[in-house]
Design a binder for this molecule. Structure first.
Ligand code: NDP
Length: 257
């Protein structure tokens, strides 16, 4: 892969599994130094054992390891702020950590609602604020990508809090793009359809449910992690230097109807 991020430091949340983990690898391959933040130490440990990490931490290639790991829950905002303060300049941010719990409207509890909103919406908003303050202070701009979902605009059964959180994330993306644009900070979102990560399997493993969902997708398949990662890398890169406030479907055409 090309190296559009040489000399850039990126922070990726939810980096232990799924889309976040794949994003870390892609950014390292593109030359970035990555702070991989997630909440399960074993995942971060195994990330550091991966061949890409061992290859790129060679002093011949780079003076410091290309991945630094931080075991933090994104909803612990003081801990997240401390990571940002201790990280040095952050040029690229991927707000990827997300959770869901399948609960009907009638069964959703205040606790479940708060937990989903706190991880999926409140944490990305404040992490973006902490990172953007540094970008504004330095004056050299930056790029933020929020990992939203088609669920921000399509109502899904048993996803009340999740859909609401992603709809909020889309609007937060636009307001941040509006206010931070004058500081050369671009803020965009990617909105994938189902990806069969752990989260995807939890919600879409039932064959009847998944084949019904797939019939809604003109391209006739769910997304792969790489489909989402490619869109994230594009929105972080200078290839998208005139794009801000975009909510980019990665959905095989799901949102055409
Ligand atoms: P996974 O469940 O596979 O991975 C999520 C990662 O985020 C895990 O490493 C998880 O850690 C971490 N994480 C979760 N909560 C926190 C937290 N509070 N603090 C720090 N890290 C946390 O999910 P995906 O890769 O599928 O999802 C990534 C993003 O993509 C999410 O925002 C999701 O909403 C979005 N998305 C996913 C779709 C799908 O079908 N998979 C479709 C559309 C959007 P741990 O395992 O330790 O909890």
């Amino acid at each position: 892969m090309a190296t559009p991020f040489a000399g850039k430091r990126a922070l990726v949340t939810g980096a232990g599994k799924g889309i976040g983990r794949a994003t870390v690898k892609a950014l390292v391959e593109c030359g970035a130094e990555v702070i991989a933040l997630s909440r399960t130490e074993a995942d971060l440990h195994s990330l550091k054992q991966e061949p890409f990490y061992l290859t790129f931490q060679s002093p011949l290639w780079h003076e410091v390891p290309s991945v630094k790991t931080e075991c933090v829950d994104v909803s612990d905002l003081p801990a997240v702020e401390a990571v940002v303060k201790g990280a040095g300049p952050i040029h690229l941010l991927v707000n990827n950590a997300g959770v869901t719990q399948l609960l009907s409207v009638l069964d959703t509890t205040p606790d479940a609602y708060d937990r989903i909103m706190s991880v999926n919406l409140k944490a990305p908003v404040f992490l973006s604020q902490y990172v953007a303050r540094g970008m504004v202070e330095r004056g050299d701009g930056g790029a933020i990508v929020n990992v939203s979902s088609v669920a921000s605009s399509v109502a899904l059964t048993d996803h009340l809090a999740y859909c609401t959180s992603k709809a909020g994330m889309d609007m937060a993306t636009k307001v941040m793009a509006l206010e931070l644009g004058p500081h050369k900070i671009r803020v965009n979102a990617v909105n994938p359809t189902v990806v069969m990560t752990d989260m995807g399997k939890m919600a879409w493993s039932d064959p009847v449910k998944s084949s019904n969902a797939m019939t809604q997708i003109p391209l006739g398949r769910f997304a792969e992690e790489a489909d989402v990662v490619n869109a994230i890398v594009f929105l972080l890169s200078d290839q998208s230097s005139m794009l801000s406030g975009v909510t980019l479907p990665v959905d095989g055409g799901r949102l055409v109807h």
